[in-house]
Design a protein around this ligand. Sequence first.
Ligand code: HAM
Length: 425
Amino acid sequence: MSSAIRAVRGMNDILPGESDKWGYFEDTIRTWLATYGYRNLRTPVVEQTDLFVRSIGSVTDIVEKEMYTFIDHLNGEQLTLRPEGTASCVRAVIEHNLLYTGPQRLYYSGPMFRHERPQKGRYRQFHQVGVEALGFAGPDIDAEHIIMCARLWRLLDITPVRLEIGTLGNLESRTIYRARLINYLERFTDQLDEDARRRLHSNPLRILDSKNPAVQELLKDAPRLFDDLDEESLAHFESLQTILRNRGVDFTINPRLVRGLDYYNRTVFEWVSDRLGAQGTICAGGRYDGLIAQVGGKPAPACGFAMGIERILALMADLNGIYTANRPDVYVVHQGEMATGFAWEVAEYLRDQGVKVILHNGAGAFKGQMKKADASGAQFAAIIGDDEAQVRKISLKPLREPAEQVSVDMAEISILVRKINPTKN
Ligand code: HAM
């Protein structure tokens, strides 16, 4: 026997038990996004490598060491599995001239790929829901994004989640700050680690995010970007805070909040849970007013965020019975030639009525079939023997509550299912 082939490291199967929870999350997300007027965009999983280099930035962890890049041997093109969704969204918006009809509220959802060291909450294939608002300049849309996140945490019952916000100012203020930071850090070159030394002249702001305690110690007295902020960015940041306060959204200002992608300016934010250990950031984003022009479009402001679905699901309670969207309503148990024929008829009739049905496959004693009915999570077992089939009746046994078994006909079953599950139309 040859050895079994396993999934690629850091890339996971989502098995049926778990996927009920994914289904519940996806249903909640779809309604939540619709209530804020966001529409779905679906882009390919593979893009030209250059798109990510140009947007995320060549001196970032993602582009330097985490991208799945390969040559398409049929035409020599260099391609990359998308490590995030904003770049693809911006590319598609430019390519299809979507801003022609005015600003756009868009969202996407799907797998992203980063060659990171796998650990709890960090995978090589992971999933994001991303939200992008393109063509909006004001802080009200930054606030809308944060407020809609706060609503989602309540809907999913995953509070408390901490909000950190910061501002990166405009390009000019960052250029001034960059020079001041380099100037400061150059005095300690010998104390910087290899990573920080390499970034000192190419991307010094990334050093602020260093995980090395020795580097963090040095940064304590480093100049602060806040001191170099331009007036407009400061006003933008103030307005954002006012809206959040008025809406009762708690936040802390983190002056060192630098993101792992280079396209941001002005507002940046992260939602962090303390229940997830090292990988506690469940959602992050900010403004990227320069990106559309950088990718070749007509300049237009924009902002957005993305959440890591695996991390959010890890925060959602595993309460049995809550994530029942994909569970059957009825499990049909049958024994005898006539009974089986009738069972097929009942199952198809109920499906016509929108009832979710599992028809027991194969033969087997009633007892064994009932065990399967119970394990399926169904609300009812519909029990059919030849006696029942003869008079076109079904013994309906509630499986999740201590009610009596009743003898009913087909039409009555769908009425009873609807009584228990009134959301069914
Ligand atoms: P990001 O911070 O790189 O931003 O990723 C957003 C979220 O994706 C993270 O907060 C985290 O929850 C999740 N995530 C990232 N990497 C992994 C991983 N290896 N395993 C599991 N989850 C992960 C972006 O991707 C930006 N495109 C967000 C954005 C949208 N900014 C503006 N618009």
